[in-house]
Design a protein around this ligand. Structure first.
Ligand code: PLP
Length: 399
């Protein structure tokens, strides 16, 4: 089927939850995708920070093909080697000591919230269940992850929400401290807010948050669903800040394009769940874990976090140069290859213009163009993508 026929059928049979762009993705290779009519696009969105290795990385493809012939699924009532090796790999490269696997970011956060509540229940008894999250945060769409998300626009009409959440402004330590009560058990933050508009946490803020958690016996939970797996220039974003969360969650980049999520915890938190307290049918199945192993090993072997850092700095330098000429660029934010360009104009206009020219960019929070390209994108491709974005900004602002 061609583009038009696919879109028409999709509109008839698929629930209308996404406000999709007029692009059918049919094939991908590295930093490029092709639509169903054979048109080629440079992908600077990577499935929203999922395809950190680019599309269809040969090592991930080979791992999936090989595993698919052996064993795709087995219940978590039994052991599977891939899951154990992936847990070991994550632990050996992070502050974590144990891992629970699931299938998505929302599920990982949902599990992390349960873990924090249960840890507090075991240690302090009932009633200490509140979790403080940040305004403009995003933690997913299940009912509790949605409640943790500090943005009313996602919550409206789905009430009653899960009790036990409080929201404070991001990067404001004083407000956070004031929100802590005898009922608080954890603080949950994204090291860089993604969906909220690409806002990195300051070093001072996160070290202050960690200190507060230690003083008041609270768990520190980092949602690294978007920031994890090399995206920000380190394997995990917390590693920029010289601190260690008790729990961090992963998904997006973990399977190199294949769905898998994880809760990584250390110390007491890692030992909290007992049999029967948390579970999932598909989480960490042999096929997903094979993809995860190939993806994480490749990220480490090919030193992609370092590349993400260098390319992020390169983009920032280029955008900064343009910013001097174009006051329509209000602010440039980001860490590594997670970049937000805040504009005085609607970012959707830039997104649409770029798409017409064969470059996929994304917009968040109406005025921010978000760039989350594959970490192994070439500098030539980056230059091409940036030239189209700059052309779009010039076009829009001259109208
Ligand atoms: N947490 C963060 C920081 C995210 O950016 C997202 C998705 O964008 C999620 C959680 C939800 O992940 P998923 O869509 O896999 O449920």
């Amino acid at each position: 089927m061609g583009n038009e026929a696919i879109v028409k059928l999709g509109q008839e049979y698929v629930m209308n939850t996404y406000g999709r762009l007029p692009l059918v993705m049919a094939r991908g290779q590295g930093s490029y995708v092709w639509d169903a009519d054979g048109n080629k696009y440079l992908d600077l969105v990577s499935g929203i920070a999922v395809n950190n290795l680019g599309h269809c990385h040969p090592k991930v493809v080979a791992a999936i093909q090989k595993q698919a012939e052996y064993l795709m699924h087995c219940s978590n009532l039994y052991w599977n080697e891939n899951q154990i090796l992936l847990a070991k790999l994550l632990v050996e490269n992070s502050c974590g000591t144990k891992v629970f696997f699931c299938n998505s970011g929302a599920e990982a956060n949902e599990g992390a919230i349960k873990l924090a509540r249960r840890w507090s229940f075991n240690k302090f008894g009932p009633g200490r269940y509140e979790i403080i999250t940040a305004k403009k945060s995003f933690h997913g769409r299940t009912l509790t992850a949605l409640t943790a998300t500090g943005q009313e626009q996602y919550q409206e009409g789905f009430e009653p929400l899960t009790p036990g959440f409080k929201y404070v402004p991001f990067n404001d330590l004083q407000e956070l401290e004031q929100a802590i009560t005898s009922k608080t058990c954890a603080i949950m933050l994204e090291p860089v807010q993604g969906e909220g508009g690409v806002y990195p946490a300051s070093e001072e803020y996160l070290s202050g948050v960690e200190k507060l958690c230690r003083e008041k016996e609270l768990l520190l939970i980092f949602d690294e669903v978007q920031t994890g797996l090399g995206r920000t220039g380190k394997l995990f974003a917390y590693q920029h800040y010289g601190i260690e969360p008790d729990i961090f969650t992963l998904a997006k980049g973990l399977g190199g394009g294949f769905p898998i999520g994880a809760i990584v915890a250390k110390g007491e938190a890692a030992e909290t769940f007992k049999p029967g307290q948390h579970a999932t049918t598909f989480g960490g199945n042999p096929l997903a874990a094979a993809a995860g192993l190939a993806a994480v090993n490749t990220l480490i072997e090919e030193k992609l976090p370092q590349e993400a850092w260098e390319k992020g700095e390169y983009i920032k330098t280029e955008v900064q140069k343009l910013k001097e000429e174009r006051p329509q660029i209000i602010e440039l934010r980001g860490l590594g290859l997670m970049i937000g360009i805040e504009l005085a104009i609607e970012a959707k206009k830039i997104q649409d213009y770029c798409l017409e020219k064969g470059v996929i960019v994304n917009c968040v929070q109406s005025k921010v163009v978000r760039l989350v390209p594959p970490l192994n994108i070439s500098y030539d491709d980056l230059d091409f993508g940036l030239s189209v974005i700059f052309e779009a900004i010039a076009q829009m602002t001259s109208r």
